[in-house]
Design a protein around this ligand. Structure first.
Ligand code: 9YT
Length: 132
């Protein structure tokens, strides 16, 4: 069994920071679960274009409000605590956080993230990075 504490994982190598977001990777590929599990904070006012071409992802909002825009249709869905979205078609999207407080999101990736990925120009994570 694996037991981890979000607060203990903060500010370790599990905690990655980028422009507009930071994320604690509680489960990674090396844990052998077949998925990775992250608690991601979207910073107030952030606007994040993303496109995980090589992964499916589901995201559950624990706290905060914002929106997700589907790039192919322009459709915008409001996000608030209790909402889950699943990028089952590797959907290109723009995630926006309202300016007043962060969004706290629980995220699952399949295939699992290794922890070494960085966002590429097109908003995806490279699959090859998982083998690194
Ligand atoms: C909400 C969202 O897109 N989370 C993605 C996870 C985060 N970018 C990470 O841990 O890499």
């Amino acid at each position: 069994m694996i037991v981890r504490d979000l607060n203990e994982a903060r500010n370790t190598e599990r905690h990655v920071f980028s422009k507009g977001w930071d994320s604690v990777r509680l489960l990674l590929k090396s844990d052998g679960m077949g998925f990775s599990f992250h608690i991601t904070t979207i910073h107030p006012g952030a606007e994040l274009p993303m496109h995980y071409k090589n992964h499916v992802e589901c995201v559950y909002c624990i706290d905060g409000t914002g929106s997700i825009e589907e790039c192919t249709t322009g459709k915008v869905h409001q996000i608030r605590p209790g909402i889950v979205y699943a990028l089952d078609k590797n959907d290109k999207h723009i995630l926006r956080c309202d300016a007043d407080k962060p969004m706290i999101m629980a995220c699952v990736f399949n295939p699992p993230v290794t922890g070494k990925e960085v966002h590429q120009e097109d908003g995806s994570y490279a699959l090859e990075a998982e083998e690194a």
